[in-house]
Design a protein around this ligand. Structure first.
Ligand code: SAM
Ligand code: SF4
Length: 386
């Protein structure tokens, strides 16, 4: 098995992008949130903090009943809001993963956190518990936008949380969201300025997506303003221009100074990962599994000694080939052409003619990243036999 990448590889290098498929990862989902944001469609619950101890006990049991596997190169504790869980309990989850699988030397342990939970003390606690990369959900430094997004923190609190976390975490990422209708061009510029000045080694900048079934989508259906595609495209361009002053974009929405997120790189390279927790998705031996998404059922199933799997999908070889392209094309490094890529090029020479994709060095690269979703839609329509 591969160990950590050699440090000299750039975050967007094809070698790193391809190596990542060999890394072994674990995803752990923490569903608790102080308040559910109106745009979010992740597996989350609000106002159920009293269940945290029981949930973590279920997680530990789920880890212990898993099949044995390789040692882990990357762990991602995501949510929901993992920073709603105490450092001691996060430490117990990492100990369980270590006892079950082993963690390689230099393992990347990422954890998502909300700014309002991060203090000098909690930051130190998570670091001591074994987390070595913190990903903070800042979204914006503009209080008007933060209020519109239903966030519980201010821009000033976010800056303070970043400063506190910096004392313990060299690897620190911030998530931003652009394109909310209350955001102006000047406000996005100021958010980018603050994000750059904060000096983190990683930034993810996502366009606000109206997910079906969320309060945001109901508000939009009832006449509230929706994010505008053209404005969002402009904001993406602006982010790419500004963030590239200090960082390297290695995926449509992700920028790093040196070290990309290993867990993300592994998933985009169709790597294998085990998954624990509510609604968590895993990928092993060509099978994708998904856990139950109802909190009471998740805990009761495990307490009855059963794995909480709600379903699994075994794709055909062709499905997996298209999935390889779909995941890989989001990266700046693109993807090895392969049989699926050749079919795509045959069916859509116009993508090359229009300068949307390039075919070079045995790889396909989307060179107009804003059109990645358009290309991916066509990938999914490529039939196994012409
Ligand atoms: C699921 S959240 C978990 C992290 C943490 N709870 C938070 O909100 O800060 C991970 C990230 O997904 C992004 N996200 C979630 N829903 C989104 C949406 N509808 N559109 C764009 N980005 C979204 C946000 O940037 C968020 O930081
Ligand atoms: S965006 Fe983060 S804090 Fe908001 S509901 Fe989703 S997981 Fe919770």
């Amino acid at each position: 098995m591969m160990t950590s990448p050699p440090p000299q590889l750039r975050p967007d290098s094809p070698e790193l992008a391809d190596q990542a498929g060999e890394w072994r990862s674990a995803y752990v989902h923490i569903p608790f949130c102080a308040r559910v944001c109106p745009y979010c469609d992740f597996a989350v619950v609000e106002g159920q903090e009293n269940l945290i101890d029981r949930y973590v006990a279920a997680l530990l049991a789920e880890v212990s009943m898993a099949d044995d596997w390789d040692t882990l190169d990357a762990v991602f504790i995501g949510g929901g809001t993992p920073s709603q869980v105490s450092p001691a309990l996060i430490g117990s989850i990492l100990e369980a993963l270590d006892a079950k699988f082993g963690l390689v030397g230099g393992v990347e342990v990422s954890m998502e956190a909300n700014p309002e939970d991060i203090t000098a003390e909690s930051s130190r606690g998570y670091r001591t518990a074994g987390v070595n990369r913190l990903s903070m959900g800042v979204q914006s430094f503009d209080d008007i936008v933060l209020t519109a997004l239903g966030r519980q923190h201010t821009g000033r609190q976010a800056l303070q949380a970043i400063e506190d976390a910096h004392a313990d975490f060299e690897r620190l990422s911030i998530d931003l969201i652009y394109g909310d209708p209350t955001e102006t061009e000047a406000s996005w510029d100021r958010t980018l300025d603050s994000a750059l000045a904060a000096g983190t080694d990683h930034i993810s900048a996502y366009s606000l997506t109206v997910e079906r079934g969320t309060p945001l989508s109901r508000a939009v259906a009832a006449g509230a303003p929706a994010p505008d595609d053209d404005v969002q495209a402009d904001r993406w361009e602006r982010a790419a221009e500004r963030l590239s002053e200090r960082m390297i974009r290695y995926e449509v929405s992700n920028y790093a100074t040196a070290d990309p997120c290993k867990y993300n790189l592994a998933t985009w390279a169709q790597g294998e990962y085990v998954a624990f927790g509510l609604g968590a998705h895993g990928h092993r031996n060509g099978t994708r599994t998904r856990n139950v998404r109802r909190l009471d059922r998740y805990m009761e199933t495990i307490e009855a000694g059963q794995p909480p799997i709600a379903g699994e999908t075994v794709g055909s070889d062709w499905d997996r080939e298209l999935e390889r392209l779909m995941l890989g094309l989001r990266r700046t490094a693109g993807v090895v052409t392969g049989v699926g890529g050749r079919r795509l090029l045959e069916r859509h020479p116009e993508f090359v003619d229009a300068g949307i994709i390039e075919h070079r060095d045995g790889r396909i690269v989307v060179v107009k990243p804003l059109l990645t979703d358009t290309v991916i839609r066509e990938v999914l329509a490529v039939p196994a036999q012409e």
